[in-house]
Design a protein around this ligand. Structure first.
Ligand SMILES: Cc1ncc(COP(=O)(O)O)c(C=O)c1O
Length: 430
């Protein structure tokens, strides 16, 4: 099936109990066992089935199947947020003292997770100068457990050469993890370009309504953990916390996601609520149509800003002068995402006045909503970074990030225009 069809039908036909066609919300914590032996078999991971909703839930399982199908992966784990998905992916691969290699252009909290939270728990993050394979390669060594990148970086809109990074990672015996939140599988399917693991904040474009948080890890099921037994003892040696289970023996190529679920999801519990899974499923039904409008509106805003003398600069991969224009052609078919950054002539002060004068476009920290959203990354999403780290992440002091929504384009442009007029009027008066 194509993405348009998977978005609506993927992973669910109808409820076997009632024939309901909308995904039922299984608002339950636990599931009855047939017998003592059945309960034991479930806890031994010997049989398939539900036992407790901290480990799996039938509504969440529909979402997991749908996201896995959209990404062309073998299976998925849905969790409470995008950050939980990233944390579980990194921990499952690198706990016990491994290193993760990543470019510097990352969502701020992901940078903090890698540079501080994981580091203080014994996992070393190594940031390359850029996402280019030449800069990433020297940082990979025998401690490295994964290369990580965002397919489209938040906020800078930089595009990773996924195929090049996947080839490099594989040549060095490690998987490539791609955060595909901004692109969504409608614009780019990283697994088709060699990625092994895809991570999502479902909170953003996937849900699309800004009403539910969620995250997902998708496993392509292609990485051979057994062939890298020395690098990944956690999959190849008995797990004492799980009565001696050896993940590759029991789950083969699915060892990574099985461990993420039965170690991290089970023992730390960042569980997605069934109601949130339902809301995210409702959003995904219209994802391909929404992305079309996001892309069209994003392009219109970028071109309008780029032509306006009150705007100092615009970073948008769909503009021919963008350093990512060629990668946008290669990976996105020229359809740059509706996330873009810009600065107002005159720097930080007029930029702040512009921001304060917005009426329709919302001042907040979120992306991928039906509404147009605007944020000032240096003081919010990327605030925990040093000024040098911010610059490397594509955040200048005056950077404004817009996530262009689905409203009528004329209404969006009129709001930007009146806010710019207000910013410039004040400047003229001063
Ligand atoms: C690229 C990217 N990854 C991950 C996240 C974290 O997602 P969540 O807010 O669902 O935890 C975000 C949030 O903005 C993001 O933009």
């Amino acid at each position: 099936m194509r993405s348009e069809t998977i978005s609506i039908h993927g992973g669910f036909d109808c409820d076997p109990a009632t024939r309901a066609v909308a995904p039922p919300i299984y608002q339950t914590v636990a599931y009855e066992f047939d017998s003592a032996d059945h309960g034991a078999a479930l806890f031994n991971l010997e049989v398939e089935g539900f036992r407790y909703s901290r480990i799996a839930n039938p509504t969440t399982a529909i979402l997991e199947r749908r996201v896995a199908l959209l990404e062309g992966g073998a299976s998925a784990l849905a969790v409470a947020s995008g950050q939980a998905a990233l944390a579980y992916a990194f921990l499952t691969l690198a706990d016990g003292g491994g290193s993760i290699v990543a470019p510097p252009t990352l969502y701020g909290t992901t940078h903090t997770l890698l540079a501080h939270t994981l580091r203080s728990n014994g996992i070393e993050a190594r940031f390359a100068k850029s996402a280019r394979a030449d800069d990433v390669a020297p940082l990979i060594d025998e401690t490295t457990r994964a290369v990580f990148c965002e397919s489209i970086g938040n906020p800078a809109g930089n595009i990773a050469d996924v195929a090049e990074l996947a080839a490099l990672a594989h040549a060095r015996g490690v998987p490539l993890i791609v955060d595909n939140t901004v692109a969504t599988p409608i614009l780019l399917k990283p697994i088709a370009h060699g990625a092994d693991i895809v991570v999502h904040s479902l909170t953003k474009f996937m849900g699309g309504h800004g009403a539910a948080m969620g995250g997902a890890i998708v496993d392509a099921g292609t990485f051979d953990w057994r062939a890298q037994a020395k690098r990944y003892p956690q999959f190849n040696e008995p797990d004492e916390s799980y009565h001696g289970l050896v993940y590759v023996d029991r789950f083969g190529r699915d060892a990574f996601l099985a461990r993420a679920r039965s170690v991290y999801q089970r023992t730390t519990g960042a569980v997605l609520a069934p109601m949130s899974a339902f809301l995210l499923l409702q959003g995904i039904e219209t994802l391909p149509l929404r992305i079309e409008r996001h892309v069209a509106n994003g392009r219109a805003v970028a071109e309008w800003l780029a032509a306006d003398p009150r705007i100092a600069w615009v970073d948008y991969a769909g503009l021919p002068d963008s350093p990512y224009f060629a990668l946008a052609q290669k990976y996105l078919g020229g359809r740059a995402a509706s996330l873009l950054t810009f600065g107002v002539v005159g720097g930080l002060e007029p930029t702040k006045r512009f921001y304060d004068a917005l009426k329709l476009v919302k001042r907040l920290v979120n992306i991928g909503d039906a509404r147009s959203l605007c944020c000032h990354p240096a003081s919010t999403t990327h605030r925990q970074m040093t000024p040098e780290e911010q610059v490397k992440a594509g955040v200048r002091p005056e950077t404004i990030r817009v996530s262009v929504g689905l409203e009528h384009i004329d209404d969006i442009l009129e709001d930007l225009d009146q806010a710019l007029a207000a910013a410039c009027r004040r400047r003229a008066a001063e």
